[in-house]
Design a protein around this ligand. Structure first.
Ligand code: NAD
Length: 332
């Protein structure tokens, strides 16, 4: 991956062995890579609900990496010492959580309790991967951690938003009641290699369309904005928070805002694609604007994103192009 944990490395990492729930997913697999590259042994726990082993297959020959195929809504039992639990297991793309509403609520509730129990048993630092979706359809812009959000508990996105809000409450209760050393990170839109081409989010959708010559489908008039953070920056931030002692919640994201239409044009340009842009209906629950205020992440953890959108998109486009070529070669 070419990045390492600040202040950490094989000789100085504060952790020896970490559990990553959801470690086969997009963000989780990059976290497994960064931990292993920083000298931390990894137990990756995943049930392949929205992933396969593809994202971690390159790590499997390493005996410092263990893959446990397990549903974290069932109690988690892992022998040996563990000093860090990173809880990422959860469907994350709207397409996935709308298809898997009950599983999403269960992993946010039962799964979070089980992950917290392991941290309590092992006396490990615990980090919950929460989301900007806890702010719902925000009435404040940009969003600060002190904002409580504007979520409709019976709205279309509620299964995800409320699962994460519950997970934040459970994490806070384990800190106050059981003294577990917890932290909450609120991750904003992240993109990069290993996203699934069909997961429905704007970046992989535009890249897939641009590379295959299909029209890039912009919803509405494309004036709605996104704040997109490259995955290397996100995982570096998660581990910076893990290595600290503050509980959060802390926003992690890139405050640079771009409109969806600008994003489509940029993907088209960077892919050297002649595919047209087509305007389609905008989903009712599509967020208009969301942008993180990341002053706290900078103040407490010295973190800010370093990869600009063009650079991150170019790397991501290259990765998708290789995947598409490999698939085409296999089919020949
Ligand atoms: P992903 O779907 O790629 O990964 C989620 C992983 O969790 C998958 O490997 C899935 O199989 C696993 N999983 C789901 N339910 C499970 C269960 N019951 N037991 C074991 N494993 C289970 O999603 P992602 O984009 O990598 O997101 C990872 C985490 O980060 C999620 O918690 C998500 O809410 C959070 N997050 C991501 C983003 C983003 O932009 N990607 C933004 C905000 C928050």
């Amino acid at each position: 991956m070419g990045i390492s944990l600040p202040g950490c490395g094989p000789d100085s990492t504060p952790f020896r062995r970490a559990i990553v729930t959801g470690g086969c997913g997009f963000v989780g697999s990059h976290l497994c890579d960064l931990l292993l590259d920083s000298g931390v042994d990894v137990v990756c726990v995943d049930n392949f609900l929205t992933s396969t082993a593809d994202n971690v297959v390159h790590r499997q020959p390493d005996d410092r990496f263990e893959l446990l195929i397990h549903d974290v809504t069932d109690p988690i039992s892992i022998p040996g010492d563990v000093d860090l639990v990173l809880h990422l297991a959860s469907p994350a793309s709207p397409q996935d959580y709308l298809r898997l509403p009950v599983e999403t609520l269960q992993v946010g509730s039962l799964g979070t309790f089980n992950a917290l129990e392991v941290a309590r048993e092992k006396q490990a630092r615990f980090v919950l991967a929460s989301t900007s979706e806890v702010y719902g359809d925000p009435l404040q812009h940009p969003q600060r951690e002190s904002y409580w959000g504007n979520v409709n508990p019976v709205g279309p996105r509620s299964v995800y938003d409320e699962a994460k809000r519950f997970a934040e409450a459970a994490t806070t209760a384990y800190r106050t009641k059981h003294g577990v050393d917890t932290a909450i990170v609120r991750i904003f839109n992240t993109f990069g290699p290993r996203m699934r081409a069909e997961d429905g989010r704007a970046v992989p959708t535009f890249i897939r369309q641009a590379l295959t010559g299909e029209p890039l489908t912009v919803t509405g008039d494309g004036s709605q904005t996104r704040s997109l953070c490259y995955v290397d920056d996100t995982v570096r931030a998660i581990l910076a928070v893990a290595a600290g002692s503050q509980p959060g919640p802390v926003n992690l994201g890139n405050p640079a805002e771009t409109t969806v239409l600008e994003l489509a044009h940029l993907v088209r340009e960077l892919s050297c694609s002649a595919a047209p842009i087509e305007f389609i209906d905008r989903p009712a629950d599509d967020p208009g604007r969301r942008r993180p205020d990341i002053a706290l992440a900078w103040e407490q953890f010295g973190w800010k994103p370093e990869t600009d959108l063009r650079k991150g998109l170019s790397t991501t486009i290259d990765w998708f192009a290789t995947q598409l070529n490999d698939t085409a070669a296999r089919e020949r």
